[in-house]
Ligand binder design. Structure first.
Ligand code: DLL
Length: 440
């Protein structure tokens, strides 16, 4: 695939594709969807079998709504095809693979042709530009390099945009802080939890990170709340925006918040088709209704994905945005349906607990939820940390405040365990928010 031109004056940071009329976007999607269904159906054994089991062929697609006739793709399909059997091109044409670490079983492997890598760089450049990064800026990239898509995805995109990349990767926090000071990066790419870790270590070292040129946070790869955004904006004196993506679809660069509104992530609809379905029944939900995000790629060569069930819970917003972009907005992902906790019959996402905790005085923004089983019931303990100025004699009252606010704002009963500063583990990448001790 050719690189998109991002050069013409005025359109540079919002090329015409980002403001296409929605009717035109839909025509483009239909055209590209048909090509993708044909490509997948002819070249991937899994899709051949799945289409025929569902009794559909690409010729059954006459309008976008017809996509609902086609079967979903799930993570297990990729696992079953381990390592390379989902590729739609000969392996020799795949110039790069990435893989998810996966907590159980085999990792899922994803592959890219040179054209896919170019597309990814274009979309990440578009994403960074949408978030306010400009050519000539210094971009400090603290996403992990390696099999995780965050590091290399942001790296190629920043280069494509014409920025100067500092390929720091995750960890080595003291050094991150030295380079942020010495090089004067304008944008920081990191998970929000790791960005918070950087802020904390800088404060401990007496570095005034707020005084640095840093002004944009490119934060994603894990669920986070608006309360965490406010915390990061304040501690780092930046404007942080949310970036979303997943390896099975591309990596980072599937959707991003614009610097103008910072209210929902524009999903790049010229390359992806977004649906929301009921996670239980798989039935499509109308725009605006919450459910599981399902994504179909429209231009990927090595790994076309048809109706991939992300398990991420969100809703779409097609209303016009202040920035003028017409691409739909994927509203903040509350969590994955497999991260959802069911405590005494109530559904809870860690990010909801985060929103409550960050609003409470005396509590540091670090937490973990510990789930145990008592008889037939699951119980949740919220482990929190106090700010350094709190005396241990105040801990019982803090614990009471936490349980009271969680009960009144989310409805769920829990216990709170107050820990001394520094005792909740800090994140180097994707934060571990839940410790599940139910099988122990
Ligand atoms: O996390 C890609 C990425 C890298 C996105 C850097 C943004 C920045 P995976 O490791 O495959 O890919 O994990 C994908 O992470 O299905 C979501 O559950 C979660 N996730 C990613 N971005 C967000 C976000 C990368 N902004 C999985 N908000 C996805 C909430 C997110 N969850």
């Amino acid at each position: 695939m050719r690189s998109e031109s991002t050069a013409s004056d005025g359109e540079m940071f919002q090329p015409v594709t980002e403001t296409l009329a929605r009717s035109r976007l839909k025509e483009l999607q239909l055209e590209r969807l048909l090509q993708t269904l044909r490509h997948a159906g002819s070249n991937v054994a899994h899709y051949q079998a799945a289409f025929s089991a569902a009794g559909v062929t690409p010729d059954d697609l006459h309008c976008l709504e017809d996509l609902a006739k086609f079967p979903f793709t799930v993570k297990d399909n990729l696992r079953d095809a381990y390592p390379f059997n989902m590729f739609a091109v000969p392996r020799e044409q795949v110039v790069r693979v990435h893989a998810s670490s996966g907590t159980t079983g085999k990792p899922t492997v994803v592959g890219y042709t040179q054209g896919d890598i170019d597309l990814w760089a274009d979309l990440m450049a578009r994403t960074l530009a949408c978030m306010g990064v400009r050519p000539g800026d210094i971009v400090h990239n603290a996403y992990g390099y390696g099999l995780f898509t965050g590091g290399l995805g942001a790296h190629y995109g920043a280069e494509r945009l014409g920025a100067t990349v500092v390929p720091m990767s995750g960890g080595n926090t003291e050094k991150q802080i030295v380079l942020l000071q010495d090089f004067g990066a304008r944008a920081l790419c990191a998970t929000p939890s790791y960005a918070l870790n950087i802020a904390e270590v800088a404060e401990q070292e007496g570095v005034d990170i707020r005084a640095l040129p840093l002004s944009i946070g490119v934060f994603g790869a894990e669920p986070w709340s608006d309360a965490m955004r406010a915390e990061l904006d304040e501690r780092l004196a930046i404007e942080s925006a949310d970036i979303y993506g997943l390896s099975e679809i591309l990596g980072p660069g599937v959707a991003a918040e614009c610097s103008q509104a910072r209210n929902g992530l524009h999903g790049w609809e010229d390359h992806f088709l977004f649906e929301i379905v009921d996670p239980e029944t798989g039935e499509p939900e109308p725009v605006g209704e919450s459910g599981e995000l399902v994504i179909t790629t429209l231009t990927k060569q090595a790994l076309p994905m048809i109706r991939y069930r992300t398990r991420d819970i969100t809703y779409l917003n097609d209303e016009p945005c202040a920035c003028g972009r017409t691409h739909t907005r994927i509203m903040r992902v509350t969590g994955r349906d497999d991260d959802m906790l069911i405590i005494r019959g109530l559904n809870v996402y860690p990010s909801q607990v985060e929103s409550v905790l960050l609003g409470l005085p005396g509590i540091a923004p670090y937490y973990q939820l510990v789930i145990r089983r008592k008889g037939a019931l699951d119980t949740m303990t919220v482990e929190i940390e106090t700010l350094p100025d709190k005396a241990e004699s105040e801990y019982p009252q803090l614990a009471k405040d936490v349980t009271h606010h969680i009960k009144s704002m989310i409805g769920v009963s829990c216990t709170a365990e107050v820990k001394r500063p520094g005792q909740v583990p800090r994140s180097q990448g994707k934060a571990v928010r839940v410790r599940d001790l139910r099988d122990q």
